[in-house]
Design a protein around this ligand. Structure first.
Ligand SMILES: *Cc1c(COP(=O)(O)O)cnc(C)c1O
Length: 378
């Protein structure tokens, strides 16, 4: 899947704003250690797999019928999970679910963005935010960050006041940099806009201790939306289940754009079964965080740096030529992500064995690179 040529493929009457664009494309390259898409590599608990078989079999009996269009039982259980983890009281009417948080974000842009409207996000951030904006005909503006990739609240407020976006994205913890955003920065941005503010918390469960969720900001902020996913900490990327919490009026607004029966009965049954095993699924989160911290701690010994991470990945850098390091790591059977930031690469933290493989390969690559530079020195 390459870039669509400027005239559209074979002269197709493609929308002008889509011409010349590239689709989302984390390379799906074969490698022994795939540390490029922030999945949770731990195997799913055996009890969950057994229950999934039974639940899907049960749901299959009714596949001649359309699913519950409102996913009421699932939303009730998602609300219970969010309430438990944030100590906020979040009701089912405040929760909406779709096929991955990407679909949730698309529905938000369909309802609050669209033709003649603008979304703003603080780049570098999740590459899908501008892509989904383009797909929904929403204009995109890059928000500024500091050199260290944090958001300067005063600069953010000034930019939001100037651009007057209809939708503002704040990714916290941010992808690809890993750092969580202070709640005060989110409230500053919220107060500076009349648009909706979407806090993308795909990695919230991995945040370092004491990092509060933007869920705690929901009361009294009817334009605030917090999106979550089961793709990362829950280890269910293949399920395609994302969700949001917001004022109930936001959920009502999304009913205007969602496709009827968008969430299949199999998806709803599988997600509910997974939620019943929340504790077992999230039991791997601490182990993943320990591997993340191990990677961060090992980097200085290799002459490299990283950005503080509240996620299950680390942005690491100090490279003269990051793409050649990406390739050299792949030659060592380790696939990381080149997110297009000069000097930096991103690695997913997973199992201890994966960290071993990554750090060993990285050590060899760093030594090979400095040996090359030594040779070419005059
Ligand atoms: C991975 C990720 C998502 C997850 O998308 P799903 O569609 O739920 O799999 C959302 N936001 C960010 C910032 C991500 O990195």
């Amino acid at each position: 899947m390459g870039t669509v040529p400027p005239e559209g493929s074979a002269g197709l009457p493609l929308r002008p704003e889509l011409r010349g664009r590239s689709p989302y494309g984390a390379p799906q390259v074969p490698a022994r250690h795939r540390l490029n898409t922030n999945e949770n590599p731990h195997p799913l608990p055996a009890e969950l797999l057994a229950d999934l078989g039974a639940a899907l079999g049960h749901a299959a009996v009714d596949l001649n019928r359309y699913p519950d269009r409102d996913a009421t039982a699932l939303r009730t259980e998602l609300a219970a999970y969010l309430s438990r983890s944030s100590r906020e009281h979040i009701r089912a009417t405040q929760v909406w679910a779709a096929n991955g948080s990407n679909e949730v974000l698309q529905q938000i842009l369909q309802a609050f963005g669209g033709g003649g409207r603008t979304a703003l996000g603080f780049t570098p951030s999740y590459s899908m935010h501008p892509i989904i904006s383009a797909g929904t005909g929403t204009g995109w503006v890059d928000g500024h960050r500091r050199e260290d990739f944090t958001i300067d609240p005063a600069a953010a407020v000034a930019q939001v006041r100037e651009v007057r976006p209809d939708v503002v994205f704040v990714t916290s913890p941010n992808n690809p940099t890993g750092t969580a955003v202070a709640l005060s920065t989110i409230t500053d941005i919220y107060d500076a806009t009349t648009g909706v503010v979407v806090v993308d918390e795909a990695y919230a469960e991995f945040a370092r201790a004491g990092t509060p969720s933007a869920l705690t900001l929901l009361p009294g902020r009817p334009r605030l939306i917090v999106s979550r996913t089961m793709s990362k900490a829950f280890g269910m990327a293949g399920l395609r289940l994302g969700y949001l919490a917001a004022d109930a009026a936001v959920v009502d607004a999304l009913q205007l754009v969602r496709l009827p029966y968008h969430l299949s009965s199999l998806t709803q049954a599988a997600a509910r079964t997974a939620l019943a095993h929340t504790d077992a699924l999230l039991a791997t989160v601490d182990a993943v965080k320990a591997q993340r911290d191990r990677i961060v701690a090992a980097l200085p010994g290799l002459g490299l740096t990283s950005v503080p991470s509240d996620a299950n990945f680390v942005l690491f850098g100090g490279f003269a030529d990051a793409p050649s390091v990406w390739k050299a790591l792949l030659d060592h059977d380790v696939l990381v992500r080149d997110v297009g930031l000069p000097g930096w690469l991103r690695v997913t933290a997973g199992t201890a064995q994966e960290t071993d493989a990554f750090l060993t390969a990285l050590g060899e690559v760093v030594r090979e690179t400095s040996a090359d530079e030594g040779e070419s020195a005059p």
